[in-house]
Design a protein around this ligand. Structure first.
Ligand code: MTE
Ligand code: HPA
Ligand code: MOS
Length: 753
């Protein structure tokens, strides 16, 4: 396989790539550090800063009283103060911001602050919040057909409960920002954010100044995974407030412990399902009540709840569906975007319901899955008609290509021959909608400069976070303009060059920004075509640009790209272009919960095999074999990298990553000794990804479908493969759907009576 390498790979491996923490600070720069709540819920009766303030090297301690604009950072719902005022709602909630000459001094000062809190009852689970009617907003429901009255006609009806836990983003680069005062009250924020405009807008609001006085620059992120879509904002805004008062640069990088304690994670969900099947295994009715543990403030929870409903039927057509989601307000840090954005939580429930049904009927789970896969022109519960559906195609191609029958036979033989080791297998189909579910967010812009020496600079709203979006943007510019890689440079993401952007999220960054780059480059090319046609006394329709030369009727001329640019300058032709792209055809009407919210869907099927050590309860993922619908991948190396990374993250969420808060709302899994993430030893021994041959989709950039989030959900297959192995060992095991399936839970399942 030969595709372009990530353009950052050279500087990454040499440690030369720049992140916020690598910036050379100005000589007068100060360091910030948060003082946060040591209780999950209560009234603040007093805080004593005097000892901290008296410490040599402490410059100032900021609180909500220093906010000149609004002390409010809530994006969707204004329910989150930047700094707590009279009450605290989660353990780790920011209360004050210490500015000192060094980080060591700031830490010392933090230890000198004393606080008294009159404690109030703490809610840590969604179920308890629902009982106490503690919600973020009103519940949402999607409805197709009439599930309620269909159950009566079903051959089989099963009900059950599932739980999926949260997940820590564990980006390598923690949250942080470096803020520098410029002239006339302007502040430049170099932030590690997926949403530069969100940072700019919120900073302007909190500081009480216009957005044009805040410039946000993003070099790249050492990972975001959704954790920096909304939650990079508070730290950046805090540094901005400090700069506004002190007129000196301020840097704040969270240390790992602070980041783990103070930031939100993937939402835990408790869910209740009811599934009804006909005699021939068609799922004819499905109902779910999702309880989302939203944490103490809305953050992105309402949008995430919505995506749970969109993906509640995964790759299946179910004619009668009722799904409802409650965003439950608890005293945990506000939970937030995490790769899949509520979709994985929804898909775990339908897969659990199918596993439950299959087990109780006494058949293999895959028989139900296979009988219900989406077909062309099926309707999703939200009204979109499925077109160019590849659900069955990936499923049957996976079965054939990876010789499922033979593998199943080998597993049966292995299990018959081995007493203390058992193998399990599962199939996991995925269907994921591409677009922000909020239609109005689906837009992007690009600004392309051709410099007079022929080199090109591209600015977009896309944030590079390791997903290689910059490499894809370079590829787009290069193919449209017909020039070599070294001629194109990707600029940092900066709000003064590309404004009013949506965050880099929803797997849509390359599509949205890539289309804008394509449009800008196409406009430039039209102008350059005129110039070249003139020089060569040829007709415009015969002119093309390739390999840094002008071609006439597909024959290479001696006219170089540089010579055309020089002539264009001489003729005073504009060599810069700004383009705006907004996804066509998408719409959604929330008043009826129907529409066509997604530009297209991504499909795939994974086959997962595992071996469980039935003495220890430990397990290994033997192999994950995937047939994935990339459309026509524009960079298979990068796209397969995204599959492997997302898969590991999905398996981690389903098997070993266990977030634990105590009943007082304190994070217990607050270090990598207690919070286990997949490493190279727990990764599948084999990962094989084979692209499905398809047409691609016109709304995907260069027909190359979005790839960032969908493959995370292949990881759900690991849960059910392990469950099969446990069943093979212990016929008395009753199926449970409580993720992650940690070795402790496996061991208990193996020996349950
Ligand atoms: N890959 C890397 N290496 N680092 C990341 O932070 N974020 C994921 C995914 N892949 C992420 C990643 C998430 S949550 C999303 S939404 C997409 O990348 C965002 O980028 P895209 O829209 O360009 O796919
Ligand atoms: N996906 C990811 N991030 C988002 C979305 C979405 O649909 N909507 C708002 N932020
Ligand atoms: Mo991704 S969760 O949409 O940042």
């Amino acid at each position: 396989m030969k595709t372009m390498k990530n353009i950052d790979s050279f500087t990454h491996v040499r440690g030369e790539s720049l992140f916020v923490d690598d910036l050379q600070l100005r000589q007068d720069a100060l360091i910030g550090l948060c003082f946060d709540s040591p209780k999950a819920h209560g009234k603040i009766t007093s805080v004593d800063y005097s000892k901290a303030e008296a410490l040599d090297g402490v410059v100032k301690i900021f609180t909500y009283k220093d906010v000149l604009g609004e002390n409010q950072i809530g994006g969707i719902i204004p329910d989150e103060p930047l700094w707590a005022e009279d009450e605290v709602h989660f353990w780790g909630q920011p209360i004050a911001f210490i500015i000192a000459k060094t980080e060591a001094i700031a830490k010392k000062a933090r230890a000198l602050i004393t606080i008294e809190i009159e404690e109030l009852p703490v809610i840590t689970t969604a179920k308890e919040a629902k009982e106490k009617k503690s919600f973020i907003n009103a519940p949402r429901s999607f409805k197709l057909g009439d599930s309620k009255n269909t159950f009566a006609n079903c051959e089989y009806v099963f009900e059950g409960e599932t739980f999926s836990n949260g997940q820590e983003h564990l980006y390598l680069e923690t949250q942080g920002c470096y803020a520098v005062p410029l002239e006339n009250g302007t502040i430049k924020l170099t932030s590690s954010t997926q949403g530069p405009t969100q940072v700019q807008k919120t900073a302007a609001k909190v500081l009480g100044i216009p957005m044009h006085k805040i410039e946000v620059d993003v070099i790249r992120l050492g990972g975001g995974f959704g954790g920096k879509e909304d939650q990079a904002t508070p730290w950046a805004v805090m540094t901005a407030v400090a700069v506004q008062h002190l007129n000196k640069p301020v840097k704040y990088m969270l240390n790992r412990h602070d980041d783990l304690r103070m930031t939100g994670k993937r939402h835990p969900y408790s869910s209740f399902y009811k599934i009804g099947l006909t005699k021939d295994l068609k799922i004819s009715a499905f109902e779910v009540e999702f309880l989302q543990n939203s944490g103490a403030a809305a953050d992105l929870s309402p949008a995430i709840a919505e995506r749970t409903l969109f993906h509640a039927t995964n790759s299946y057509f179910i004619p009668n569906v009722t799904t409802t989601v409650f965003s439950c307000k608890t005293n945990l840090p506000p939970n937030t975007a995490f790769r899949g954005f509520g979709g994985p939580q929804g898909m775990f429930v339908i897969e659990s319901a199918i596993a439950d049904a299959a087990n109780k009927i006494g058949i293999n789970k895959k028989q139900i899955q296979e009988a219900n896969l989406l077909s062309e022109n099926d309707t999703f519960s939200y009204g979109q008609i499925a077109t160019k559906v590849e659900a069955k195609n990936t499923w049957f191609t996976a079965k054939d290509t990876f010789n499922l029958e033979k593998t199943e036979q080998e597993i049966a033989n292995f299990n018959a021959e081995n007493k203390h080791y058992k193998k399990g297998i599962s199939l996991m189909p995925i269907t994921f909608g591409i677009s922000f579910t909020n239609t109005q967010m689906n837009h992007a812009r690009a600004l392309v400069h051709i410099y007079q020496d022929g080199s090109v600079g591209v600015s977009t709203g896309a944030v590079e976070m390791g997903q290689s979006v910059n490499t894809k943007m370079l590829q787009v510019a290069q193919t449209v303009l017909g020039i070599s890689t070294s001629k194109v440079k990707l600029e940092t993401t900066n709000t003064t060059r590309v404004a009013n952007t949506s965050p880099s999220a929803a797997s849509s960054t390359a599509d949205l920004n890539g289309k804008a780059v394509e449009m800008a480059c196409t406009s430039l090319l039209e102008r350059l075509t005129k110039v070249a046609a003139n020089i060569l006394s040829s007709e415009e329709k015969n002119i093309s640009f390739k390999e840094d030369f002008v071609f006439v009727a597909d024959k290479k001329s001696t006219l170089t790209w540089e010579a055309v640019i020089m002539q264009a300058m001489a003729e005073r032709v504009a060599l810069s272009e700004n383009a705006h792209y907004a996804t066509p055809k998408i719409h959604f009407d929330k008043s009826i919960e129907k529409g066509h919210p997604f530009a297209y869907h991504v499909y795939g099927t994974a086959i997962t095999t595992v071996t469980v050590d039935c003495l220890r309860g430990t397990y290994e993922i033997d192999a994950v074999k995937i047939i994935h619908d990339f459309g026509k991948s524009m960079n298979l190396g990068i796209d397969i990298g995204q599959i492997e990374g997302a898969l590991a993250q999905g398996i981690g969420w389903m098997t070993m990553e266990e977030i634990a808060y105590n009943t007082n709302g304190k994070l217990l899994s607050n270090a990598l000794s207690t919070y286990k993430v997949p490493d190279i030893f727990s990764a599948p021994k084999t990962i094989e990804t084979i692209p499905l041959e398809t047409e691609g989709h016109d709304l995907a950039i260069q027909k190359s479908k979005a790839v960032g989030e969908p493959p995370l959900m292949y990881g759900i297959g690991a849960y059910f493969a392990i469950q099969e192995a446990v069943k093979a060992f212990n016929p008395n095991y009753t199926l449970k759907f409580h993720a992650p399936f940690t070795p402790e839970k496996v061991l208990m399942g193996l020996y349950e009576e």
